[in-house]
Design a protein around this ligand. Structure first.
Ligand code: SF4
Length: 508
């Protein structure tokens, strides 16, 4: 297996927000759990594309197979056939701080002092990582100089606490209330499958049942659908499920204080998933309708930036009465390649990812609907491409408010000083961004309309990347959190001030 690996090629010079992980677990005696896990991970591939792994337990031992790459690259028929048991635990990962090394691929695996195998997969990011890594280092479980991932630290602490007197369940009930941050954790001792969701329920996690009686837990309901499991319910914030031959048992590990990630609805989750009873596609269509009502445009055709902008574009077309059309074709797989392009190919930029349909675009006043703007490079290149293809006007409508703040809870954005909402003149930022990207007009949906479309009470959502209010606090030892702390206590009016601010904090 490879020890190091290149990140997937970013084919258009921008950094899109990226979900850091997907988790999938199945308890189903008599079923081919490794293949169920494989298909479950396929449905969650958008949540992590740099590493994939499956742990299978048969009641006596756990076998883990993982590697860097897409699910389809890591597994083949032979490797799946070697994974036999009644519990499968799958994980797909996009790496950030932990780096794209084999060591950080999941599920993590540890053996407890009494010889119990523990495999663990995690979606999210911890806020008190430093405290936990110190605790694990003091116990001699990890070497902090190697920067173990937060998932490895949790697995190490969990396994270490399991002995003749403390069960896996009790060890987890002691550990997880002390973990602060965003986490959906699946783990197994090879006999039972456990699922824990943090008290804020930042990331989604759902429980489903197989037709034959087995149980499935998945980051998104699309992972249940693909294996034919029927949705039962969401795992509650602050809840631990214990799944074994006795069925599904629930144990509260902390009082729920829900703060679901609003960006899951806007961009991250699959449109065919349902989060907290709310259809992701329905939310996006509604945001598009609200966008049309808030920011009309004189246009001949509404086109989406495929594919994440499509539902909002449908909603925009419905509410505005402007016809909907496909003006761009997405080359769906090029962004997933691990082969670095030649210089000739690299110069194609956005053309690698999107190709305009000239006969649709020619001479039209376009209303282009996208899900979000991060650094603005994509939109700048896209607008130029549309004009080159004959568009008469390009009006851009964005189905989320401007992204201004970094996420510390499991999403990787560009650093704060790279976000276009921060780099432009703050006196009239929307106009300044419009000019930067070369559009004829630009508008963002309001925060109120986005929240209303999610169907969730505002008090139960995290929207820190839009408003800078971090409901779980900021992690220690992270240069971006220092920048945020100082920004929240200061007034940086210009891009230069912000730039100096972040650079200064990162250097000291
Ligand atoms: S900061 Fe943004 S992306 Fe991160 S959890 Fe909150 S809403 Fe989601």
């Amino acid at each position: 297996m490879k020890e190091s690996y290149a990140a997937p090629y970013d084919d258009h010079g921008d950094t899109e927000p990226r979900e850091e992980c997907g988790v999938f677990g199945v308890w189903a005696p008599g079923e081919d759990v490794s293949k169920l896990s494989y298909y479950g991970l396929y449905a969650l591939q958008h949540r992590g594309q740099e590493a994939a792994g499956i742990a299978v337990g048969n009641g006596e031992q756990i076998v883990v197979f993982k590697d860097l790459g897409l699910v389809s690259q890591v597994f083949d028929e032979q490797s799946l056939e070697s994974l036999n048991g009644h519990i499968g635990l799958g994980h797909c990962r996009y790496s950030t701080a932990g780096g794209a090394s084999w060591d950080n691929a999941q599920p993590m695996f540890r053996i407890s002092p009494n010889g119990t195998d523990i495999a663990l997969g995690h979606n999210g990011n911890l806020v008190n990582y430093q405290d936990l890594v110190r605790e694990a280092a003091d116990k001699g479980l990890v070497n902090p100089t190697t920067h173990p991932s937060d998932s490895d630290v949790m697995c190490a602490l969990l396994a270490d606490a399991v002995d003749g007197e403390t069960t896996v369940e009790d060890a987890a009930a002691e550990l997880f209330p002390r973990v602060n941050g965003a986490f959906c954790v699946l783990f197994t001792d090879g006999d039972s499958l456990y699922a824990v969701r943090d008290p804020h329920g930042v990331r989604p996690l759902s429980l489903g049942q197989m037709p034959g009686g087995g149980w499935v837990v998945s980051s998104e309901t699309s992972g249940l659908d693909i294996v034919g499991a029927e949705f039962v319910r969401d795992v509650e914030p602050g809840e631990m499920l214990i799944i074994n031959q006795d069925g599904v048992r629930s144990r509260t590990i902390a009082q729920a204080t829900p703060k679901g990630c609003v960006f899951e609805y806007v961009y991250l989750a699959r449109p065919d998933s349902v989060i907290q009873g709310q259809s992701v596609n329905g939310t996006r269509v509604q945001i598009g309708r609200a966008l049309a009502q808030e920011s009309s445009a004189e246009g001949d055709l509404v086109i989406p930036v495929p594919e994440s902008g499509t539902p909002a574009a449908v909603g925009y077309a419905q509410a505005s009465g402007i016809p909907f059309g496909q003006g761009l074709v997405k080359n769906a797989y090029v962004g997933r390649t691990f082969i670095q392009p030649s210089q000739t190919i690299r110069q194609l930029g956005i053309r690698l990812k999107l190709n305009p349909l000239r006969e649709v675009i020619q001479g039209k006043r376009l209303v282009v609907v996208d899900d979000s703007i991060v650094r603005g490079n994509t939109q700048r290149a896209l607008i130029k491409m549309l004009r080159d293809a004959g568009a008469a006007e390009v009006h851009v409508r964005i189905a989320s408010p401007p992204v201004k703040w970094p996420c510390f809870y499991g999403i990787d954005f560009a650093s704060p000083d790279e976000l276009i909402a921060n780099t432009v003149d703050q006196k009239n930022p929307v106009e300044a961004i419009c000019e930067e990207i070369g559009a004829d007009s630009l508008a963002f949906v309001s925060e109120e309309a986005m929240i209303a479309a999610s169907g969730q009470p505002e008090s139960q959502l995290c929207k820190a990347c839009f408003d800078g209010h971090y409901p779980l606090g900021l992690p220690g030892g992270n240069p971006h959190s220092e920048a945020v702390r100082r920004l929240q206590g200061s007034a940086c009016d210009t891009a230069d001030e912000l730039d100096h601010f972040v650079t200064d904090v990162e250097q000291h």
